[in-house]
Design a protein around this ligand. Structure first.
Ligand SMILES: [Zn+2]
Length: 463
């Protein structure tokens, strides 16, 4: 890992700007009336103050009610110029209170000390706060990189757009508005880079090198309701088969009928790429995906929850409701099933599977929210190569591989406009650190955040 002393110089000032932005509680809420609009406005104002060179050079628009879209005009903006690049992040964060946090979520506390020099320098420092990883970390690193590039007199060959969403954690309307606006203006889009994968370690058996996982697709996130209606009544004289029992049976049947498993092209490519760096006998198997496909699928199903989610559509019953009173029968028993639809499948096929598995016409299966899986971006070609080269320049040790993301991002809004939509946060994240996403004690190593700025700087030089 590269890293300079962070308490002084440009990097020290960058960290202070990041801390200023982390302290602004831009918390998302599904109920718009509970969103603190003043915090979002304060964040947007702070950007103008903190990044004067960027705001002098780029044109900024507020879109979709609070998202920010910047255009950095390239050297060439004619019809034959290469397509534009979109660098994305979101500045809304998941709600948090002080409860359970070692350091307050909006305190931007730095712990650990700077010792030594050179490569060993700042590894001891941690920056704590909501949004450090998800996703102000990426957004502010992009701003730092562009500010530095503008100051250095750099100008990209073709247009670069920066997009910072204000409602990624809820509806993603800002990203939709930006994608529609650019489409209406006839902007041709090449590389789109949003949050997603990261540089991870020790996730693949026998592979010692770090792995930079770049999302080339994301599963579809949808929810279904299972509802059983019945005449109510007093709980003292229950019918033979109350609505709640029928619903419970439906859930048991679902558990017994998982979605079919298989290996999609992206996961197969990931296994072959990463497996080549492992040790035999795993290396032997993983580099022959075609031959050992059934064996690999079976192994992934058992290895852990992360690998199991790679080989099929997953489902989880997340909410249950019945009667409002302890002594009344439920007139309506309902379960919400959250599904993550595998690429290649559809919302419709998912619904049919649920209905077939439950096999009970008295259990109504209805769509609560529907999002199809994204298309799969290119895993070869100049744009993929450009991104992979930028990752390798910053993380020379890392194996760069495509993968399918299980979570949804704003970037899916651009999937119709570009075949090169990628999801990668240029930071090293341990398993434990990834576990703080949407949870308490979210934090980032200061050194890796600074490395992320260098990644975006390097990427901008290649555009
Ligand atoms: Zn996020």
């Amino acid at each position: 890992m590269t890293g300079d002393r962070v308490t002084t110089g440009d990097d020290g000032e960058a960290v202070e700007r990041f801390r200023t932005l982390l302290r602004i509680p831009t918390m998302s809420n599904l109920d718009p009336s509970l969103v603190d609009e003043a915090a979002f406005a304060a964040y947007r104002d702070a950007l103008e103050r903190l990044y004067p060179a960027l705001h002098g050079e780029l044109v900024r628009e507020v879109v979709g009610g609070g998202s920010l879209l910047y255009r950095w005009a390239g050297d060439r903006s004619d019809a034959d110029s290469p397509p534009a690049t979109v660098l994305m992040a979101h500045y809304d964060v998941v709600a948090a209170t002080d409860e359970g946090w070692e350091h307050p979520p909006f305190g931007a506390v730095v712990t650990g000390t700077v010792t030594g020099s050179g490569a060993q320098t700042s590894t001891g420092q941690l920056l704590w706060g909501r949004g450090t990883l998800d996703n102000k970390g990426s957004g502010v690193a992009i701003l730092e990189a562009v500010e530095r590039s503008v100051r250095a007199g750099l100008r990209p060959a073709s247009d670069v757009y920066l997009f910072f969403g204000h409602d990624e954690e809820t509806e993603g309307t800002g990203a939709l508005a930006a994608a529609e606006l650019l489409a209406a203006r006839g902007v041709r889009i090449g590389l789109v880079l949003d949050e997603g994968g990261a540089v991870v370690e020790k996730v693949f058996p026998t592979v010692e090198r770090p792995i930079a996982v770049v999302g080339v697709a994301e599963k579809g996130t949808s929810s279904f309701t299972l509802t059983v209606q019945q005449n109510g009544g007093h709980a003292s004289t229950p019918p033979r088969d109350p609505a709640t029992n029928r619903l419970a049976r439906a859930m048991v049947r679902l558990a017994k009928h998982p979605f079919p498993s298989g290996l999609n092209a992206v996961t197969a490519r990931m296994i072959a790429t990463v497996g080549a760096e492992g040790r035999d006998p795993l290396r032997f198997v993983f580099t022959r995906v075609g031959v050992f496909r059934p064996l690999i699928v079976a192994a992934f199903e058992r290895l852990g929850v992360d690998t199991a989610a790679m080989v099929r559509t997953t489902m989880a019953v997340t909410q249950l409701s019945g009667s409002l009173a302890a002594n009344a029968l439920a007139e309506r028993a309902q379960a919400v099933v959250n599904v993550r639809i595998a690429i290649g499948s559809t919302v419709d096929a998912t619904r049919r599977h649920l209905e077939r598995a439950i096999a009970d016409p008295l259990v109504a299966v209805e769509i609560l929210s529907a999002d199809e899986p994204s298309p799969v971006s290119e895993m070869d070609g100049p744009v993929w190569e450009l991104l992979a080269a930028a990752v390798s320049e910053t993380y020379p040790e890392a194996i760069v591989t495509p993968y399918v993301q299980t979570g949804a991002t704003d970037s899916r809004r651009f999937a119709g406009a570009s075949r090169t939509v990628y999801r990668f946060s240029p930071f090293e994240m341990s398993t434990e650190e990834r576990g703080t996403l949407h949870a308490k004690n979210e934090r980032i190593r200061v050194a890796t955040w600074l490395t992320g700025i260098r990644f975006y700087e390097g990427l901008l030089r290649r555009l």
